[in-house]
Design a protein around this ligand. Structure first.
Ligand code: FDA
Length: 301
């Protein structure tokens, strides 16, 4: 039986990654990744905008080991913001701090973020810092607090599986937060392991953040959570401009357009780039049903 842990292991395995990269399109990665170039990503955003969906693009690439790579990655983010402005599409930017050198040199990472946020400010755009595994949480929040002294147009993501999520939310009042269940394998010392417990804590942090008047980006494919959030907003007179829903590109597309037609803001997270492997494996880990089509493609090679 293929398990979540198996895919999380593969997501970090460099040997398998090297072998698998050439199988990417066959594995089914194409249906959840919007091409390799900025132009391809912009074309996807344009098509989604036509269906009433907003976008957030993420240039895939999680492992950065040198200063040069981190600077290059920041330059790429800046070019992406330029392209969004030029294409006049409804889209913001998501990124990972490790891509910008968080593990190499924190000052470098901060300088990279400053350059990116100055560009976002110029275009009135917004930058979302994805949340990575627990070992990067404190550094991410510290940097966010520092950046928010100079910039408004930046937020992050908080993972509902963490015991400390509620406390973190309280310290982030007024910040535009993406709220998620959490995608990494974390230990029972820091995170709920049972699905019901994760769901309960997840809903609690969504409600807390919405109730204190902060903007909430509820990022889930779970229709039960979505329905509960809609009902909660109605009950507490929280208007539709105070929150949005988010889903990943290629997942529950019909539900995405349905939600947009109901008048809610629905934003699609659109990954693109050559370094699709880790992202794809984490998606398989979350929903092993997806592996059937992936393996079929692989075995028929
Ligand atoms: P979950 O996987 O718990 O599924 C709950 C139920 O929803 C299922 O039982 C099923 O009924 C239904 N369902 C789910 N997927 C379905 C599908 N494809 N088709 C049909 N039914 C389906 N994580 C992280 O750690 N850091 C981050 O920065 C982000 N960023 C992020 C952005 C966006 C836009 C999204 C949507 C998600 C993330 N994540 C993330 C990932 C997130 O933490 C989480 O791992 C996944 O979204 C999976 O959890 P769900 O809440 O979607 O539902």
């Amino acid at each position: 039986m293929i398990t979540r842990n198996f895919f999380l292991f593969l997501s970090q395995n460099k040997f398998v990654k090297a072998k698998a990269t050439k199988w990417g399109p066959k594995l089914g990665a194409k249906s959840v990744i919007a091409g390799e170039t900025i132009d391809e990503a912009m074309e996807t955003v344009r098509q989604l905008n036509e269906q009433g969906l907003s976008g957030t693009v993420d240039h895939l690439g999680e492992f950065v080991y040198s200063r040069d790579e981190a600077i290059e990655s920041a330059d790429f983010c800046i070019r992406t913001l330029d392209a969004i402005a030029e294409a006049k599409v409804d889209c913001n930017l998501s990124l990972k701090l490790t891509q910008l050198g968080l593990d190499v040199d924190r000052n470098l990472c901060r300088d990279n973020m400053v350059r990116i946020l100055e560009t976002a400010e110029k275009y009135d755009n917004f930058v979302r810092i994805d949340m990575e595994d627990y070992s990067h949480l404190d550094a991410t929040l510290e940097l966010l607090h520092e950046l928010r002294q100079r910039f408004d147009r930046v937020g992050t993501a908080i993972q509902g599986y963490l015991y400390r999520a509620e406390k973190d939310i309280r310290q982030l009042e007024g910040v535009n937060l993406r709220l998620i269940k959490g995608a990494y394998k974390e230990s029972p010392e820091v995170a709920y392991q049972k699905q019901e417990e994760v769901d309960r804590n997840y809903l609690n942090i969504i409600k807390s953040h919405m109730l204190n008047g902060s903007y909430a980006a509820v990022a889930t494919h779970d229709h039960r959570i979505i329905d509960e959030v809609k009902a909660f907003a109605k009950e507490h007179n929280i208007t539709k401009d105070k929150f949005e829903f988010q889903m990943l590109y290629g997942f529950r597309s019909e539900l995405q357009t349905e939600i947009a037609k109901e008048g809610y803001k629905m934003r699609v997270y659109i990954p693109f780039g050559e370094d699709w492997y880790g992202y794809f494996m984490r998606r398989l880990a979350e929903r092993p049903q997806n592996v059937t089509f992936a393996l079929r493609g692989l075995l028929s090679k």
